[in-house]
Write a protein that binds this ligand. Sequence first.
Ligand code: TYD
Length: 206
Amino acid sequence: MFITFEGPEGCGKSTHSKRLKSYLEGKNHRVLLTFEPGGTQVGKEIRQLLLKPESVLDETTEVYLFAADRSEHVSKIILPALAEGKIVISDRFIDSTLAYQIGGRRLPEDLVRYLNMVSSKGLTPDLTFLLDVSPEIGLKRATQNGTADRFEQEALSFHRRVRASYQRIATDDAERVKVINTDDKSIEEIQNKIREIVDEKLGNQG
Ligand code: TYD
């Protein structure tokens, strides 16, 4: 089973993916928790290029770098773990590219979808959590340590487009993408909802 966490800046993906991993391990599942960009050796260097504020990247270069990162990630980390029977949880995957590079950057949809297909080797998550948050609240959370990466430095309008784009993805694929709004919910409430949905999915898979 392949589960992904998605959402705008400061939505709490990292916290919830870690907690879900512990929960599932407590139920004797073997779990691999990974992330994009940067989940592989080469990916770490690609992540630096993508996130450091001094990087001045053409938008097409940017999407190719995300695709390169994913290609490494899928072939070297995700597919081998799934083949070993592990539950794989990834903090960001194909929907990030749709939301940020089509919604945020306004790159042509067919280009981004094609790159997603090639870089993911056609792999689609079984379940995706979209942790929704308003950009005002999310950006405040994400930058409270005093530093902002290249994406966090983007204008509010960029982050609004990313959020709207994520919401469209969820509407178009409601079976796979479960939306949880995090603005006014506690971490426990959100995590309980996530566990409930995962338990149901695992139950259905036998
Ligand atoms: P991440 O490490 O998840 O940062 P955070 O946890 O602070 O949100 O992601 C890094 C950034 O990369 C994030 O701003 C979203 C962006 N991104 C894209 O624009 N496209 C992509 O395909 C991916 C995977 C991430």
